[in-house]
Design a protein around this ligand. Structure first.
Ligand SMILES: NC(=O)c1ccc[n+]([C@@H]2O[C@H](COP(=O)([O-])OP(=O)(O)OC[C@H]3O[C@@H](n4cnc5c(N)ncnc54)[C@H](OP(=O)(O)O)[C@@H]3O)[C@@H](O)[C@H]2O)c1
Length: 246
């Protein structure tokens, strides 16, 4: 896909990894609709800075705990602002610790709404808007989706669901829309934790002995968007962590 002038929605685009994806897309001529939940100030600051750099950008808030309403709000805003949509990046997500012993129904509902139902309803609404034109969806998953690890039971199930959704939508939305996923490893320490040092032996678990950068994630998104023949793929951005077993 020639990216110049295309319109992308990036969920959770105001901060951290989503922000890097929004910036990477804008640097390559994509018009960006930055979705945010609570990070209004960061979203408005980002859209101002992208515009200052010559890009077209706008931001819209929607609470992904209400997936259907959020999807309608975001797609309507993107269509009204830019007149079209071509790309959907489902990056927003939550990552709470949970175990079999302590998991609650509220945690299940929250994770499923934000991490799985929202990407689905956004994809459904996006597909209606794209129609017979060409489009791309990239879902931001986690290597834990494909290989069990302890500590984040419900989160991991939602990311497994997101990978399954990626493959199913790749079939259902072909030939017009390509649907792929990223399986991320250690990119940024969990929100509220300032460095990876607090998760001490993380580097020992990564064959490349370094953590990834949000820019590496943005590069992977660009790679997938430029392809016109990859769909249903799950690309690991992990430094090989899934090979060690984490
Ligand atoms: N960080 C990593 O190393 C890592 C590793 C593996 C996978 N991932 C995946 O990569 C993606 C981005 O990760 P991150 O670490 O950058 O995430 P993050 O810092 O936890 O940010 C989460 C994003 O999701 C949005 N969000 C959460 N709840 C929302 C809600 N109810 N309504 C609307 N938006 C909501 C937040 O928006 P607001 O701030 O505007 O509310 C924020 O932009 C996630 O899907 C995550 O699972 C990250």
């Amino acid at each position: 896909m020639d990216l110049t002038g295309k319109v992308a929605i990036v969920t959770g685009g105001a901060v951290r990894i989503g922000r890097a994806i929004a910036q990477g897309l804008a640097q390559h001529g994509v018009r960006v609709c930055v979705h945010f939940g609570r990070s209004r100030e960061q979203a408005e600051q980002l859209t101002r800075s992208l515009r200052k750099a010559g890009a077209q950008a706008a931001c819209v808030s929607a609470d992904l705990r209400e997936p259907v309403r959020a999807a309608e709000t975001v797609l309507q805003f993107a269509n009204e602002t830019f007149g079209r949509v071509d790309i959907l990046i489902n990056s927003a997500g939550i990552f709470e610790a949970s175990s079999c012993a302590e998991a609650t129904e509220e945690q299940w509902d929250r994770h499923f709404a934000i991490n799985l139902k929202a990407p689905f309803f956004l994809a459904q609404t996006f597909a209606r808007a794209v129609g017979d034109q060409r489009g791309h969806i990239v879902n931001v998953a986690d290597w834990r989706a494909l290989r069990p690890s302890r500590g984040h039971l419900i989160y991991s199930i939602t990311k497994s669901g997101l990978v399954a959704l990626t493959r199913l939508l790749a079939l259902e939305l072909a030939p017009s829309i390509q649907v792929n996923a990223l399986a991320l490893g250690a990119i940024l320490p969990p929100d509220g934790q300032s460095t990876w040092a607090e998760s001490a032996p993380i580097l020992e678990k990564i064959p490349l002995r370094r953590v990834g950068s949000p820019e590496a994630v943005a590069d992977a998104v660009l790679f997938l968007l430029r392809s016109d023949f990859i769909t249903g793929e799950v690309l690991h951005i992990t430094g090989g962590q899934e090979l060690e077993g984490g």
